[in-house]
Design a protein around this ligand. Structure first.
Ligand code: GTP
Length: 598
């Protein structure tokens, strides 16, 4: 039956369209926080999130609202991350609610992530309340934004609410619309417990905290529960809700969202999407779960100073406590020593984790070229999942190699279509669709993930002055003519620089890598050859000259290379980095430089 007094909803929006600002307004307007408590962006808790303006960990808040019909309601808001790398966290949040608020910046219009998230919500039958934000700005264009929402997303905008997170205009209208338009949850209050494990994270004081949505029955303190996927039983220690502060209560009933703790010590015992039930009264069927996230981008992380290995290991362990979506395992490289092979949901995820390692754990890191997971089909029928190019088997033993392909959606002002299509074609893309809303184009391409993993998003942004947006999902694996490009510095192979590339690009990429390294590896007092090779065959070569006797030439040279080095020095943030390869020291910048090659 319907649980009339509750509304559970997610807020979905493209990055920077105002999700956090509006969530804060709603919390404030329901008395969840006083003005003083309402620091900017309550829902974004981590420092890094705040700096980057990206919501990483989905958060939940329970609010009380007295509507115009005179009745009291409970509203549960689930915040969702906006970036493509975290679309999996969006889907888990959506599963816990019946509806979504779709926020579109009325000065910008519909963007690719708006589209991706809203389709996920529509797929699971969410009711959607469209909100047109930033009406206080002169550039706000309500009619155009509405038309775009109708053309591109295909939902009705008759009841779309104009609002401003900045001035507070329209916030009451949003709350009323939530009550009127969004369905209340359905569930049986007196049935046996069935509860969805929505999310879990590690808290220093509480241990593992589990976010749950109760579907049927109730979950209460001291109850003996069971996780249906593992059959493990636990006693519920705490039950609570976030208001947004954590508040202990005795029980959560059908339709409600809140947290429990159970004395579980390791995050891996809590499977997101699992069904929690009463240990003595398990239901016949578990709830439909949702697809778990899987790392798609891999790279090696090594301490620059090998004495920091243990520190790195501890840091990775701590970060994983709160982020089960990244993986790591020990790896040793002849050149780089002991380190870890790590898997991430995408490039932004990789950047965030490495930045936190450097910042929070003070580790000087060396990151190897990121790559995707290849399926290597051996002659004997065996299939190897290759995460690290340096462990590619002997080519003669390989039958064929498959690589992951994505479906990319790009939304852009149509004036940039030409150059965008050119880049997509250059990256082996296949166009599957192109449609318009006014002068806004929606472009669909199928592209190998390997081709976009390095810098696609950056290039798109710079080509279009930031006006285009991009989102992707992995669709399948396809056979590709891929080879391992090896790099030799002073005749020594540098594993960390080897990469998988398409056969047709090997020559160009090899040449670019050699040129980059020639510019980025400082001169030594001897000549250093830098070579690119496929198997035993050298396909490109550059030479780093030895020091000249005349030091002054070097200082006054002032060539492009010196200027480049100065620029790079500025970015170094003071720390000296470098790694010894045989007789040659290769600075961290050289590794990063190679990553930026397209
Ligand atoms: P992510 O957390 O990165 O996904 O972004 P978000 O969607 O939560 O956006 P956020 O609330 O951080 O807002 C982005 C920027 O827009 C901030 O600088 C806000 O101050 C600003 N902003 C939000 N709403 C409004 C509005 O109605 N008017 C104006 N002028 N600025 C707004």
């Amino acid at each position: 039956s319907k649980i009339d007094h509750i509304r559970n909803f997610a807020i979905i929006a493209h990055i920077d369209h105002g999700k956090s600002t509006i969530a804060d307004r709603i919390i404030h307007s329901c008395g969840g926080l006083t003005e003083r408590e309402m620091k900017a962006q309550v829902l974004d808790s981590m420092d890094i999130e705040r700096e980057r303006g990206i919501t990483i960990k989905a958060q939940t808040v329970k609010l009380n609202y007295k509507a115009k019909d005179g009745k009291k309601y409970i509203l549960n808001i689930i915040d969702t991350p906006g970036h493509v790398d975290f679309s999996y966290e969006v889907s888990r949040s959506l599963y816990a609610c019946e509806g979504s608020i779709l926020i579109v910046d009325s000065t910008q219009g519909v963007e690719a992530q708006t589209l991706a998230n809203v389709y996920q919500a529509l797929d699971i039958n969410h009711e959607i309340v469209p909100v047109l934000n930033k009406v206080d700005l002169p550039a706000s264009d309500l009619e155009k934004t509405k038309k775009q929402i109708e053309d591109v997303i295909g939902i009705d905008t008759e009841n779309a609410i104009p609002c401003s997170g900045k001035t507070g205009e329209g916030i009451e209208d949003i709350l009323e619309q939530i009550i009127v338009s969004l369905p209340s949850p359905e569930g049986e209050k007196d049935a046996n417990l069935r509860c969805l494990l929505v999310d879990s994270w590690y808290d220093t004081y509480l241990g593992v905290v589990i976010l749950v949505r109760v579907i049927d029955g109730k979950i209460s303190k001291n109850m003996k529960i069971k996780m249906m996927s593992t059959n493990q039983e636990y006693i519920v220690e705490k039950v609570g809700v976030f208001t947004p502060k954590a508040n202990d209560i005795n029980e959560l009933n059908a339709g409600e969202i809140g947290f429990i703790t159970t004395g579980i010590k390791v995050l891996s015992e809590t499977k997101v999407g699992d069904t929690i039930c009463d240990a003595s009264k398990p239901p016949e069927e578990a709830l439909p779960g949702f697809k778990p996230s899987k790392p798609v981008v891999f790279c090696g992380l090594f301490p620059v100073d090998s004495s920091e290995y243990q520190k790195l290991k501890d840091g990775l362990g701590k970060l994983q406590l709160n982020d089960a979506s990244f993986s790591y395992e020990a790896e040793s490289s002849s050149a780089l020593g002991l380190g870890f092979r790590c898997g991430f949901l995408g490039l932004l995820h990789l950047e965030i984790i490495t930045e936190r390692l450097e910042r929070e754990f003070d580790i000087n890191l060396l990151t190897t070229t990121p790559g995707v997971v290849y399926k290597v089909h051996m002659n004997k029928g065996e299939v190897i999942e290759l995460q690290n190019p340096s462990s590619l088997p002997e080519p003669t033993l390989i039958n064929y190699i498959e690589e992951p392909w994505i479906k990319a959606t790009i939304i852009t002002p149509d004036e940039y279509l030409g150059p965008i299509i050119k880049v997509c074609q250059d990256k082996r893309g296949v166009q599957t669709n192109l449609s318009y809303s006014g002068n806004r184009a929606v472009l669909s391409y199928e592209i190998p993930l390997n081709e976009v993993v390095f810098d696609f998003n950056d290039r798109l942004k710079s080509m279009t002055s930031g006006y285009a947006s991009f989102d992707y999902e992995i669709i399948d694996h396809r056979e590709g003519e891929l080879v391992k490009l090896g790099i030799l510095v002073n005749a020594e192979p540098v594993d960390a620089l080897s990469m998988m590339v398409h056969k047709d690009f090997a020559q160009i990429v090899g040449r670019e890598v050699c040129e980059k390294l020639r510019d980025l590896i400082p001169r030594h007092n001897f000549m250093i050859p830098v070579q690119a090779a496929i198997g035993g065959k050298i396909i490109a070569r550059e030479t780093i000259k030895g020091f000249k006797k005349d030091v002054l030439t070097k200082i006054h040279g002032g060539g492009a290379r010196d200027r480049k080095r100065k620029l790079l020095d500025k970015q170094k943030k003071g720390k000296a980095r470098g790694k010894q390869f045989g007789k040659v020291e290769i600075p961290q910048e050289a590794f990063i430089g190679v990553l930026k090659i397209n």
